[in-house]
Design a protein around this ligand. Structure first.
Ligand SMILES: [Zn+2]
Length: 194
């Protein structure tokens, strides 16, 4: 069986246009911070890359994978950071529908150790299989490698909606238990990283 390709929207500058953005229905389903993520067998990864004063602006884009194929986290480094000059500092921010699997976490930690000019912050809507010891070890490895790990707050969902989604100027109506679910995952993450 051939693994499905990772879908890569070309990076665009942050300007108010509505191309290469996430479908609003896909966003509302995939990013919903429910406790159990049944039916959500893919990861959406929205990214911002700030290369500082040398660059013309932020790079913005998103990646979408199927868990059965190459993962979005790995695709980011191969597709989106391939032309980055390793001598230049850059800050990368991800808004992901779920936190990385253990194998991605290990790979990301290795990249961050090898490329000390890259700073990565990950904001995750949900924690992926957070009860698994392997997953917890992966998150701790990321944290130890200097990666900032956070759970998405209600405000982060609104920001992601405005920045990455084909929102047709409509605000995001946050679901009822968004804040409670954020607090649930935030507690779990704090326990894992303590
Ligand atoms: Zn993965």
């Amino acid at each position: 069986m051939v693994a499905p390709p990772v879908l890569v929207a070309p990076p665009t500058m942050v300007v108010p246009w509505f191309r290469d953005r996430i479908d609003p229905f896909a966003f509302k389903f995939q990013f919903k911070n429910v406790e159990y993520s049944s039916g959500r067998n893919k990861t959406f990864l929205c990214y911002l890359v700030d290369e500082g004063e040398a660059a013309e602006g932020l790079l913005r884009g998103y990646l979408e994978d199927e868990h059965s194929g190459p993962h979005a986290e790995e695709a980011f480094f191969t597709h989106c950071l391939q032309n980055h000059d390793p001598a230049l500092r850059c800050s990368v921010t991800w808004y992901v529908s779920s936190s990385p699997c253990s194998s991605c976490a290990v790979k990301i930690a290795q990249v961050l150790k090898a490329r000390t000019n890259v700073r990565l912050s990950i904001f995750a809507a949900r924690l992926f299989e957070w009860e698994e010891p392997e997953i917890q070890a992966g998150l701790r490895a990321l944290h130890a490698a200097g990666c900032k790990l956070r759970v998405m707050k209600p405000l982060d969902f609104s920001y992601t909606w405005e920045t990455f989604v084909e929102n047709e100027d409509q605000p995001l109506n946050l679901w009822e238990d968004c804040k409670d679910n954020y607090e649930f995952y935030q507690d779990k993450l704090a326990d894992v990283l303590q």
